[in-house]
Design a protein around this ligand. Structure first.
Ligand code: 5GP
Ligand code: MG
Length: 178
């Protein structure tokens, strides 16, 4: 694999497609064991998780459903803090086992905020599957239950993740060059 350029930046090969696939198959097997008979509802968070969600879901053997949402952040009226709301979440979550599918947990802010909204809909359980986590960047109390790879606090692209719109279609993961 060679260094690539997206817009003005260069990225070096980091995790190849074969390694990614093997890891996702292992995660799917773990989820199969944990959710046998439960018919979980997977909620993929667009845009970044679309490839991970598709590959993870494809490898599941249990009965399962999947839906996709977008998260939009807006300024709360009375405070300066951003509120994150889900667009497109039509399913009734009460009494459902929910598994959120995210591309990457960086500070954890996005998921922390979304979890509050999700809990209000009274699901039976909530777990998080994140393709990537950056443990050293975490600032919110978010713990992923299924993790593809823990990575250092460096910007990555590929396999659904973009740099200013580009790079999502690259089948492997690349890391910003110094
Ligand atoms: P958090 O709210 O956890 O700080 O941020 C999560 C979001 O930031 C991710 O869903 C993703 O959109 C973006 N993000 C964080 N780190 C990276 C990265 O290394 N590469 C890319 N492409 N996006 C990232
Ligand atoms: Mg994202």
């Amino acid at each position: 694999m060679q260094t690539i350029q997206l817009h003005d930046k260069h990225f070096a090969p980091y995790i190849d497609a074969t390694t990614i696939e093997a890891r996702i198959i292992a995660l799917a097997q773990q989820i199969d064991l944990d959710y046998a008979q439960e018919r979980p509802l997977f909620i993929g968070i667009l845009n970044g998780s679309f490839l991970f969600a598709a590959d993870l879901f494809r490898h599941l053997k249990i009965e399962a459903e999947i839906s996709f949402i977008k998260l939009a952040s807006y300024k709360g009226t009375s405070s300066t803090c951003n509120v994150i709301t889900a667009i497109g979440l039509e399913e009734d979550l009460s009494n459902r086992h929910v598994v959120i599918i995210e591309d990457i947990i960086d500070t954890g802010k996005t998921l922390h905020s979304f979890m509050q909204e999700l809990k209000n809909r009274s699901p039976k359980s909530i777990k998080i599957a994140s393709f990537l986590t950056k443990p050293s960047a975490l600032q919110y109390p978010i713990v992923a239950d299924y993790i593809g790879f823990e990575i250092p606090n460096k910007f990555v692209v590929g396999y659904g993740l973009d740099y200013d719109g580009l790079g999502r279609n690259i089948p492997a993961l690349y890391q910003l060059s110094e």
